[in-house]
Design a protein around this ligand. Structure first.
Ligand code: NAP
Length: 642
């Protein structure tokens, strides 16, 4: 399925082209035009873009380079138009390597080639499709899969299973697909990964209205994927999994479910894919008196739109990514707003965060063949491995409290400078907004200037004094101040490290998954858990990314691995696969060692990346390439097959 449009011939005049190019993202356009016209002289050494996001917009080009790149693009577009817009050829490997070299500089391109070709998918083929059918490899086998959750990961799993002809059902507790994009309806909710990249490889879309789309747009995208990929009829809405028990003799999972009409039912499946997400169970703060407050109060993930905030005294607790989005909008409505900040977030300057996709860019997607793919690829690459050196820990670095090494310190300098500019001469605000921990050890909050600007408003206060308790009428600080409130909004995050709660999962030998984890969830590749055969986790332990990639990329890797695992089982004529404990343990030791060499592993700041035992249980510490390589195939040696 593609949601992108076929390109149409160029009829624009030179003047119109000039105007269109004002909106172009130039490094990726140079590349697309080199591909389309075959003219590699467009890829000039002095126009090689800087590495990663930190290079800034337009690959870090200065004014002179922008002018030069625009001139080259204009010439190429004219020539292409005047030649009648011939259909371009697909570049061969040598040409691709030269293009990648222009974009990626001195990276080990050969190592990355297969991943890059997969991600780029220039020929439009769904290169990640399973390429096998249940009926072909095991015609007599019956294999049924239950997917828990119809959010982004669950839909991806369902699509791939359908392609392989493996029957499945999706159990979804909500009455619509979309997961987090269905649950979170707070004002201002939007994605914080560029949207062109935050989309399935198999359902790309070139007409996103915004650069970082809003919740409604994303929910529509996932809804239309469910419809167009014909997945909706497999979903049992309003249905919640309560318990899953593995029967070792029969090698099946028995699922106890509660249906939409409140009935208890039982269902059998050969495999279970948990696609319940990490950030789906709201976390209320452990503050005394939460129940005492007499006015309306709610968590950001359960936004109560019936509460009119106009003219009210509103208190918000929390300054994470969710609050970063809704606080400025609440400030527009409230008579007075107090925002309680326990830990300041680092702001990632993103000046176009709230912008529509410029008209010229939309035109280029429609008229320059492959530009949409090259642009997506550019976003993929600039948001990928290039950022990892910024989160390296340098053991000899003398200032671990402010940064984890020289590269991380450089990020700190840049982000601090941004805050200084935004705060102007308001030193008191600057002091409050500058975090006291290394950047990127906690999830950043994207900002186009609106966060600092909100706290400059007369009726908005950023309170950094601790909370003693919630009272009937508001909030009492540890200094004894009473902050009166009509409404309290909790932007206090999610129970991220309590994977698969509140379900009960019982594996081999009657082991309870949560007892086995004992508050410290681990999995092999974030996907399989010893003693719990044929249970596959998506967005499981240590698969969250901090600075590189999009979570959709990870989910697609996980789905590839699940499909490869099912194929391995069927080809071997087996019914179940149980991850070997030694393989799982060795893998997790490596993950822990690698995480401790990342900023978030070394820093001591509060973060949902760390579980109650103090272990980083959320994050993937490596490169995208490593995860992609490790999830290409399932190795029978890693499993007991029975
Ligand atoms: P969060 O990042 O965990 O933020 C929770 C906030 O509540 C923090 O500021 C935290 O302070 C504060 N808090 C928690 N308990 C508190 C207490 N007892 N007293 C005072 N303050 C307390 O949660 P979130 O903002 O919902 O975001 C979670 C994750 O969801 C993000 O990191 C991101 O990955 C994802 N997300 C993404 C988007 C997007 O893509 N647009 C939007 C929203 C969320 P401390 O920092 O001191 O713990």
């Amino acid at each position: 399925m593609t949601l992108s449009h076929p390109t149409v011939p160029i009829r624009a005049t030179d003047d119109e082209l000039r105007r269109i190019l004002e909106d172009a993202e130039l490094p990726s356009l140079l590349v697309a035009l080199a591909h389309v016209t075959g003219d590699e002289s467009l890829l000039q050494d002095d126009l090689r873009p800087g590495a990663g996001l930190l290079a800034g917009p337009q690959g870090g080009y200065d004014e002179q380079k922008i002018e030069k790149a625009r001139g080259l693009c204009l010439d190429a577009l004219r020539r292409y138009r005047d030649a009648g817009c011939p259909a371009p050829e697909l570049p061969d490997d040598d040409r691709l390597r030269r293009i990648f070299t222009f974009m990626m500089g001195d990276q080990p391109i050969d190592e990355y080639m297969p991943l890059l070709q997969d991600e780029l998918a220039l020929d439009g083929a769904d290169v990640r499709a399973p390429g096998w059918q249940l009926g072909d490899i095991a015609p007599d086998a019956s294999f049924f899969v239950a997917i828990i959750g119809a959010g982004m990961s669950g839909l991806a799993a369902a699509f791939r299973l359908r392609q392989a002809g493996v029957p499945f059902v999706i159990l979804e507790k909500n009455d619509e697909v979309g997961g987090t994009w269905y649950d979170n309806t707070y004002p201002g909710c939007r994605v914080d990964v560029p949207n062109h990249f935050y989309s399935y490889s198999f359902a790309q879309k070139d007409d996103w209205p915004q650069l970082f789309s809003t919740q409604g747009v994303l929910l529509d995208y996932f809804r239309s994927c469910a419809d167009d990929l014909d997945l909706r009829r497999h979903v049992r809405f309003g249905t919640e999994l309560r318990e899953a028990v593995f029967d070792e003799e029969r090698r099946v999972w028995t699922l106890a479910i509660r249906t939409a009409d409140g009935k208890e039912e039982s269902l059998e499946a050969n495999a279970v894919i948990s696609a319940v997400g990490q950030l789906n169970r709201p976390k209320m703060p452990e503050i005394e008196g939460v129940e005492d407050f007499r006015g309306p109060s709610f968590h950001s993930a359960c936004w109560d739109a019936s509460v009119d905030l106009a003219g009210k005294r509103v208190v918000v607790i929390g300054t994470g990514a969710s609050a970063g989005q809704f606080v400025p909008i609440v400030a527009d409505q409230a008579a007075h707003l107090h925002v309680f900040q326990r830990t300041a977030p680092w702001l990632l300057p993103t000046l176009d965060y709230h912008d529509e996709v410029p008209k010229g860019l939309q035109w280029l997607y429609r008229h320059v063949p492959f530009y949409s793919q090259w642009y997506r690829f550019w976003l993929f690459w600039t948001g990928a491995e290039g950022l990892l050196p910024m989160v390296d820990v340098d053991e000899s670095w003398p200032h671990p409290e402010r940064s984890s090494g020289p590269a991380n310190d450089m990020v700190r300098e840049m982000l601090t400078l941004y805050l200084r500019e935004q705060c102007g001469d308001d030193d008191a605000l600057f002091e409050k907004l500058v975090p006291d921990y290394p950047p990127l050890s906690k999830r950043f909050v994207r900002d186009n200037g609106i966060w600092p600007a909100t706290f400059k408003r007369d009726h908005v206060d950023l309170v950094t004094t601790g909370i003693e308790r919630i009272t009937e009428k508001g909030v009492r600080t540890v200094d004894g101040d009473e902050i009166p409130a009509d409404v309290i909004i909790y932007g206090t995050g999610f129970q991220a490290s309590d994977f698969l709660t509140p379900m009960k999962v019982v594996g081999r030998g009657g082991r309870d998954l949560h007892d086995w984890w004992d508050g410290d969830s681990r999995a092999y590749l974030g996907i399989t858990v010893p003693h719990f055969p044929n249970l596959f986790l998506m967005y499981g332990p240590n698969t969250n990314i901090v600075v590189n990639g999009s979570i959709i990329f990870f989910s697609e890797c996980e789905v590839d691995y699940v499909l490869a695992s099912i194929r391995m089982l069927l080809e071997n004529g087996k019914g179940a696969m149980d991850c070997r404990e030694a393989v799982h343990d060795a893998y997790n030791q490596k993950i822990d060692a690698s995480n401790s060499a990342r900023t978030w592993g070394a820093a001591t700041v509060n973060t949902w990346y760390r579980n109650a035992k103090g272990r980083i249980s959320q994050n993937w510490p490596g490169t995208l390439l490593e995860y992609w390589q490790q999830t290409r195939n399932a190795d029978p040696a890693d499993y007991e097959l029975f």
